[in-house]
Design a protein around this ligand. Structure first.
Ligand code: ADP
Ligand code: ZN
Length: 605
């Protein structure tokens, strides 16, 4: 079968996405490629399809053992002969896999890197026809990265024994250093590189100023995607500490969400069970530390919320990137406040890292703050950080409700002067009391009511001053000193403003938290606009059926059909097998397996 028919008849897709077609064609022709594509971009097809078209078995190296089972099951449901070989395989399973391999019955074999390196595995391979080698999560070769796997350094040794077998390395992490390492260390210096934009257009970015984060999170979830609550949707809430994951999970449960906590302090079994629930069930919200990370590839995560400020934009991009892998509208929401900046700054200075390391971490934090306080399109700020240029996106909070900017030079001078006059030893709370002229006990005991700056900022509210100070910290005019409980100090960069040589324009605090209106209408999970109640009811019916067949087959629901396919079924209401095959994501094998059950639910009466 040629590539186009496999795409249609096995995967049930009408066309290739982006550079998939070119990558597939090259790989079938026997050429090497390095593929950099964001999460959800469709990397798997790039090696799965050529493995089916080319004679022999495609060998896929992946470090994500926990996912192999689901990947292999998903392929089997498409009628593709696939198996995996890792440390969880029993002797009997291995025996069967080896037999299938020898009989030339497999299209795809997933293997953990440490297995690939064993002499017995290599000698098994040497007797076989190999379609290709795919090296997934290729950034694991990078000794600088978080996911370094020493075994990855030896992959080239093995693949070089099979000249003429095309190799394809894939990753969603792609800064310049990692890219170079992938080419060099995997022996792919001649390989063509395919870079897809790292933009995730279906993710909407929203940042709120933190005041009561619990209430804010609940409001965000209730408001959901264009007024359609996130209740019943899958989501992740990232928290800075273990304790907070438990607290937020409890808060959400008390408010009717199916929420669980996840952090590294939990028992291994408990963590596996949580991950499993998240993957297998619809609508679980995980409140997690960043330990909930690589390998979370559930495609229908509808929101990722950050209730604390992440350390870096790389981290933020990775974490928010777990939303919307299926390409459907999703939201990345974050609330952040001054206390977050102080907490992060104290992590940096208190962690015992070298001065150089601290400098790098501070730069990363500054970039993160620049994003959080952005007055322009957030996506532009995010992509610029990864070296990509773009226009205004129309799908972030600053694009959808642009902030009002005002000349804040005088406010800035007042704030800087209050910090200087009080000796650069107080946090934002006290500085604001001075500015607003509040006679607190602390003001009295320090005689701060006698200062010329006392009460000069009475026209702004506490909240408005907080916003001003936060923005000044983000721009590096003020700096919180973590070793003195966040005492604010005035930096060198503030001098021109104090001397009146430079003006400052700041965002005005929104009167009420930004209610972001969508530019394009879409309900959760790829639902079409103008849904009727009947459509919704039908969707729920299909979803329940999907869950039932998924449980019976021991796979996650999205492996049976993604949400988008369910919505297409709702819209098209196919009545025959032929009509069913016209729906994206339904090929002949799935039509045979599930067709009747779903057609019965769709039958017009
Ligand atoms: P990645 O590995 O890059 O994160 P996946 O390979 O898991 O992404 O693909 C993400 C989603 O996109 C999956 O649900 C997959 O079925 C879907 N997909 C991939 N290629 C196509 C295509 N050509 N047409 C429609 N859907 C596609
Ligand atoms: Zn934007």
């Amino acid at each position: 079968m040629d590539a186009a028919s496999v795409l249609r008849e096995v995967f049930g897709f009408s066309s290739f996405r982006g550079s998939q077609g070119e990558i597939v064609e090259r790989t079938i022709a026997g050429e090497d490629s390095v593929v950099l594509m964001p999460t959800g971009g469709g990397k798997s097809l790039c090696y799965q399809l050529p493995s089916i078209v080319r004679p022999g078995v495609g060998v896929v190296v992946s470090p994500l053992i926990a996912l192999m089972h689901d990947q292999v099951e998903a392929l089997r449901l498409l009628g593709v002969k696939a198996a995996y070989w890792n440390s969880t395989s029993s002797d009997e399973e291995l025996f069967r896999v080896r037999q299938a391999l020898r009989a030339g019955e497999l299209d795809l074999l997933y293997v953990a890197p440490e297995r690939l390196l064993t002499p017995s595995f290599v000698s098994t391979l040497e007797d076989l026809e190999i379609a290709l080698f795919a090296i997934d999560e290729a950034h694991c070769v990078s000794a600088w990265g978080h996911d370094f796997r020493p075994e990855y350094l030896r992959i080239a040794e093995i693949t070089s024994r099979f000249p003429g077998v095309p190799r394809i390395a894939l990753t969603a992490t792609a800064d310049a250093i990692t890219r170079r390492e992938i080419h060099q260390r995997l022996g792919l210096t001649e390989a063509r590189e395919f870079v897809t934009s790292f933009d995730r257009p279906n993710i909407r970015y929203v940042v709120e100023e933190k005041n009561d984060v619990r209430a804010q999170l609940l409001r965000f979830l209730a408001q959901g995607d264009d007024g359609d609550s996130f209740k019943g949707s899958t989501g992740i809430v990232y928290c800075q500490s273990r304790k907070r994951t438990e607290e937020f999970a409890e808060l959400l449960r008390d408010n009717g969400y199916d929420a669980v906590a996840y952090h590294a302090g939990m028992h291994g079994d408990e963590r596996t069970a949580m991950q499993q629930r998240f993957r297998r069930e619809d609508g679980v919200v995980v409140c997690a530390t960043i330990a909930f990370g690589m390998g979370i590839d559930k495609p229908d995560v509808r929101f990722v919320a950050h209730v604390d400020l992440p350390k870096s934009l790389e981290g933020y991009y990775q974490e928010t990137g777990r939303a919307g892998r299926d390409g459907e509208p999703s939201v990345a929401w974050m609330a952040y406040g001054l206390a977050d900046v102080v907490a992060q700054a104290s992590f940096i200075s208190g962690g015992g890292a070298s001065a150089e390391q601290q400098r790098v971490e501070q730069m990363k934090l500054d970039a993160m703050l620049g994003y959080a306080e952005a007055a322009t399109c957030r996506r532009r700020v995010l992509l610029a950080y990864f070296g990509e240029e773009s226009g205004d996106c129309g799908n972030c909070d600053t694009c959808l409700s642009p902030p009002e900017l005002y000349d804040a030079t005088v406010d800035t001078q007042k704030a800087l002067s209050a910090v200087i006059r009080t000796g650069q030893r107080f946090g934002a709370g006290h500085i604001i009391d001075v500015l607003r002229g509040k006679r607190t006990a602390k003001i009295e005991s320090w005689n701060h009511a006698d200062l010329p700056t006392f009460g000069v900022g009475a026209e702004l509210s506490d909240q408005e001053w907080r916003s001003v100070i936060r923005q000044l910290v983000a721009r590096g005019l003020l700096s919180p000193d973590p070793s003195r409980m966040g005492a604010l100090t005035v930096t060198e960069r503030a001098r021109p403003v104090l001397e009146g040589h430079e003006t400052v324009s700041l965002r005005r605090l929104a009167a009420s938290p930004a209610r972001v209106k969508r530019s394009r209408s879409a309900a959760p999970g790829g639902a079409p606009a103008d849904l009727t109640d009947d459509d919704r009811a039908l969707f729920e019916l299909l979803r329940t059926e999907r869950r039932a067949v998924a449980d019976a087959d021991g796979v996650p629901p999205y492996v049976v059909f993604p949400d988008r396919t369910l919505w297409e079924l709702v819209a098209a209401k196919p009545q025959t097998r032929e009509a069913l095959l016209a729906v994206n994501g339904i090929g002949p094998v799935k039509a045979d397996k599930y067709g009747e059950r779903f057609l019965a639910l769709l039958a017009n009466d």
